[in-house]
Design a protein around this ligand. Sequence first.
Ligand code: 7RM
Length: 649
Amino acid sequence: MSKKSQNVASVELEFKPARKFSKKARISSLAQYKQLHRESIKKPATFWAREAKELLWQKKWSKVLDWKAPNAKWFVGGKINVCENCVDSHLINGRANKAAIIWEGEPGESRTLTYRQLHREVCQFANVLLAKGIKSKDRVLIYMPMVPEAAIAMLACARIGAVHSVVFGGFSAESIADRLEDCKAKAVITSDGGYRRGSVVPLKANVDEALKKYKGVETVIVYQRIGEKVTMKNGRDVYWHDEVAKVSDQHIAKGFDSEHPLFILYTSGSTGKPKGILHTSGGYLMGTYATTKYIFDMQDDDVYWCTADVGWITGHSYIVYGPLANGATQVMYEGAPNFPDFGRFWDIVEKYKVSIFYTAPTAIRAFIKAGDQFPEARDLSSLRLLGTVGEPINPEAWMWYHKKIGGGRCPIVDTWWQTETGAIMISPLPGCTPTKPGTATLPFFGVDAAILDETGQECRAGEGGKLVIRQPWPSMLRSIYGDKKRYRDTYWSDYKGVYTAGDGARKDKKGNFWITGRLDDVLNVSGHRLGTAEVESALVSHDSVAEAAVVGRPHEIKGQGVVAFVSLKGKFTGSDDLNKELRNHVGKVIGAIAKPDEIHFTTALPKTRSGKIMRRLLKELVATGEVTGNVTTLEDVEVIKSLQESLKK
Ligand code: 7RM
């Protein structure tokens, strides 16, 4: 990921979509993109009214947008059922017997659900939720492995107007408890376990642990994936298969207000407490539908595969809502990319003839490291389009993906977006946008992206600044759940009426956006967002820790690694055992992805005279081993020397 290669790549390499691809694509020339983009910015109501006609509305909206910054209402007065759009709509448009989900379990079993079968399962499960007393706007926490039932559970919530909050299966019991507490969930949908790299993740056991802390849950529905014995609490816990057997498989979807809450998804910010990002119905569906249609150029004969987990926004938008609203056929895979070895993804591509493949740069880097023999031994000729998401992609990884996976023939869409944006914001359109390794290229329709300096002026070409969006867009977050003030302060207070993404970026002369990474204290570890403050607060919750400071450092595969500096309470001394114990402790408090790669014990942390930890110095120190910047505000300059020593060890 060297700077040098990035520069070389940016001047020399430009890839234009092949004529064969463009001819069939929805948007096939840059002129067409520019004209539509201009319209979408100048006359958003005209643009989105036309797009929204492709969705199924139970009652048409009366006004496209009502905007009083920072509050947006999209498709005002409209009534819609998001689940009906994703499932029922395909029963009357000829897709009833089309495969919706082709699932592969990690141990190797396979299962296909047509849209008709998906409909049946979703209706049945919606009836289970209703029978359990779940009502419109009740919060339901979902903690599931990657099985079709995870999507079914989400869709069933949407169908009855309940608000789901999916928690990634890699998060800990304490993380579940915090989220339950924050959204006051009434029910939990989980599983006895899931397979990951050959072992069983004890999902139900984690839920049990969380429910010792949070007492508000009335119902726990357990899907049997493994067949392991789990503890079932009488009167609270029931099995999925027992409950569906008791109810009808018929359910009529009723329309909800376009602004009805659809889901809450927690994501890391710059404080210790994750934010519950709130998305609503009509606008979110519009955004995920339109981006899937144009950016993945989804066609009826495509086999699409997004390798994300449903626990992340990518899984919500590009496994569940976007593809299903488009009536796509998709592959869903339960397990790890390297199980039993690094050929697994390519086996799946070959087996199901995947044509559109969407993954993360961190996975690509891991594949590069594993060796070319894995993709080379498989037939990947079904692929026609590749995508990436989650972090900036380094040009080396981009080129490898292009050559070794795409066979040099597939456009790559590098898609920039966030949990908050709900849908892709900056990305090539595969049939028309020239791509270069390292840039997410141009804003999507309706996205008024810009790069501003501190004074609010637009930066010149090549100049770095803050990435912002100057107009509301349909799939934008509506709030941080239960905290309008934090919503306003975090996203809308840098510049008046303008959304600040928290990323740094620059634009080249052609208008391509080059995203450089987060400007706040948020790390991106293997494409997953992690707040330094979250890890710090997990560390100091351990008995031995007096103080902790956490920074990121460039990591070959993960993008960023987590480095922690820890000072201990008087009676404790640093040791390999304590190091291990602290790593496990963070795993227990947050989840395995947050475990620091390195923990350095230190007698003191670098602080300003007013007592603020100077993370800037620590960042520089871990990256270069030196501190060059201004240290005059440092309270004790000697601290730097001792930190340098500890880093050498
Ligand atoms: C979809 C997702 C959001 C943060 C975002 C960026 C980084 C995501 C790209 C990217 C450069 C990309 N949601 N990011 N995609 N940076 N190029 N194509 O990842 O909420 O979990 O993370 O991820 O920093 O702010 S997220």
